[in-house]
Ligand binder design. Sequence first.
Ligand SMILES: O=C(O)CCC(=O)C(=O)O
Ligand SMILES: [Fe+2]
Length: 285
Amino acid sequence: MTTSLPPVVLDRLTPALGARVDGIDLNEVRTREDGALLRAALAEHKVLVFPGQSLTPTAHRDFAAALGEITPAHPIVPGLDADHPEIYVLDSRDGGKSPVWHTDVTFMPRPPLGSVLRAVSLPPNGGDTLWTDLEAAYRSLSPVLRELADKLTALHDGRADFESYLRDRLGGEGSTWEGERVRSLEPVVHPVVRVHPETGRRSLFVNPGFTTRLLEVSESESRSLLGIFFAAIGRPEFTVRHRWADGDVVVWDNRSTAHYAVDDYGDVERVMHRVTLRGDVPVGV
Ligand SMILES: O=C(O)CCC(=O)C(=O)O
Ligand SMILES: [Fe+2]
């Protein structure tokens, strides 16, 4: 399907999610008014791919700020430099690989609304990223399981990924997030089924990256049920896979998707820059 939102052209990438957006220079998207058009497309398509862009780090940040309120780079990890504290650097040679399905920063009470990712330095091949539609994952469950999931909450824990970084590299002083200095990573509780604040649609808001435990069931039931939920998330039918090229910028709705960065390029350098948009507290059914 091709829809035309002059002068922007959107082409659906898969039946599940994703659209390629042409006819727009992101250097020219600077106001919330301009951003609103893209925000509407984001809620609908969940992942927007903008090929052939030419953003500097400053322009990347300014484009993200046209989409919404931007956050510090990360609750723990400092930003690119003093001029760009909002840019999170993912460097393959410095721990910046994420070959696991995850939704960004769900280990905090207010995970980002969305992320804006820019390719900075790519391997000659490999290093694709996949996104999956958590609404399709929810719909794929049988009705009784959906009904159960609607009633569950889950712990999200960032300690396995970031606690040693916080302690060993930052001496226990993380970023300022939601106005408070982060000094520890207490797990947080989110509903297992999240209602999207803009569309009202339900998604299966758990991910193997950070979700460790369902709270209303026993430990072994939690393990089995999470296995079922994670299998639903990973189904190829619900995904879109992006092969990166120089100049690509991808924006995703972090409330209704999870993503996976394929680690198939060995020791080659791969650097991405990410800016996240401030989100709300997830609301359940
Ligand atoms: O490196 C990528 O392609 C994605 C990494 C990631 O998980 C992120 O940017 O949030
Ligand atoms: Fe991520």
